[in-house]
Structures are given as C-alpha cells and as structure tokens.
Design a protein around this ligand. Sequence first.
Ligand code: AMP
Ligand code: ZN
Length: 136
Amino acid sequence: MKDSNCIFCKIANGEIPSKTLYEDDQFRVILDLGPATKGHALILPKEHYANLYELPDDTAAAAMKLAKKMATQMSRKLGADGLNLVQNNGEAAGQTVMHFHLHLIPRYVNDGQHILWNPGESTPEELEAIKNQIVE
Ligand code: AMP
Ligand code: ZN
C-alpha cells in the first residue's frame, strides 16, 4: 500500500525525482538530500510501512540483503574507511520521515560526524532486571 501524503512513497515510486543508486520491484536506494557524509544513502521500500515494527519479515530480510550489497559497492567505489547502518524508529529515536528507511552512511577518518553514543554504566543486577523485563 502507498500513502498519498508520504514523500518517501512518492520518491520510492518515482513520482518525485531522486538521485537513484539502485531500483528493483521492492526498493529504491537514493542519495540523502542532507548527507551526513559523502555518499549518505537511504534504502526505501516501495510499499508504505511507517517503521521497523510494521515491516513484513520478508521485506526486512530483503532490506538487509540489499544493505549488504550497497554497503559493499559504496565503500569500494567511494574509498570509505567504514560505514554505519542507521535506522530510526519514532520521534524519540530521531525519525523525521514516517516511512521506513535504512540509512547507509559511509565513514571517513576524521569526517567530523558523531553517530556513536556515550557508553553508560550498569550493575549486573540492573542488567538482569532489564533482561527479564524484555524476555519474560
Ligand atoms: P530520519 O531522521 O531517520 O527520519 O531520516 C530522514 C532522512 O531523510 C534525513 O537524513 C533527511 O536528510 C532525508 N530526506 C528528507 N527528505 C528527503 C528527500 N526529499 N530526498 C532525500 N532525502 C530526504
Ligand atoms: Zn510512505
């Protein structure tokens, strides 16, 4: 299903032009308009799913397979030193466009970006309680 109010539906289905790196029946891969680094790209499913929770299992699997292929090609062609896969779900996590997308962010030594988090601290008891909260 497509959402007529969704900009990524329009981009993924070619109604709005984009710098397309790859396209098949299920996905379009485009360059991000506000790149974190040179080559920052987005994998967009052509169907509208707001986030990871809505994504069908087979689409999720295909997205990761495509991420591997694109990451390999982009890193080699761009001479990247590393690459981050980033996928935000919900405003609190930084999602601004509510159509599932997977960021491919090539990294270069001293590129000045800060995608990593500050490590926190926890006791074994706290970790045990959190584990139980998640799996029980
Ligand atoms: P997120 O914060 O995970 O929702 O990421 C949204 C991303 O979409 C940001 O990196 C934006 O720069 C990018 N973006 C927003 N509009 C467009 C557009 N029309 N074409 C390409 N990238 C876009
Ligand atoms: Zn959409």
